[in-house]
Design a protein around this ligand. Structure first.
Ligand SMILES: [Zn+2]
Length: 101
């Protein structure tokens, strides 16, 4: 189990207790879907808990930081900024990447 799952279970977090909860693939600069990010922002402490796999260096990490929008994190290993892609934006990027081939 991941840290977010542990937190959800320990605190009996329901969807209504969250500002935000998502799990997405993250595209690297080369256009590969090599990264992942899961964000859970709980209302109880206004802290966002983040599990991620960096799309550039493939580092698996976990961090906590204050929840605010727009939300982004920094990879703890290589320092790149990872933003949570918006669904529409991501669809557009994937469409563009697919058309390049
Ligand atoms: Zn990285």
């Amino acid at each position: 189990m991941g840290k977010i799952d542990d937190f959800v279970e320990k605190n009996a977090i329901k969807p209504s207790d969250c500002h935000y909860h998502t799990a997405r693939s993250v595209m690297s600069r080369k256009g590969e879907m090599s990264g992942k990010i899961r964000v859970l922002a709980a209302k109880v402490d206004n802290i966002a808990r983040v599990e991620y796999k960096c799309p550039e260096c493939l580092h698996d990490g976990y961090l906590e930081q204050e929840w605010r929008r727009p939300f982004s994190i920094k990879c703890q290993k290589c320092g790149i900024k990872i933003t949570v892609p918006k669904m529409k934006q991501q669809a557009k990027k994937e469409f563009k990447a697919a058309n390049k081939k």
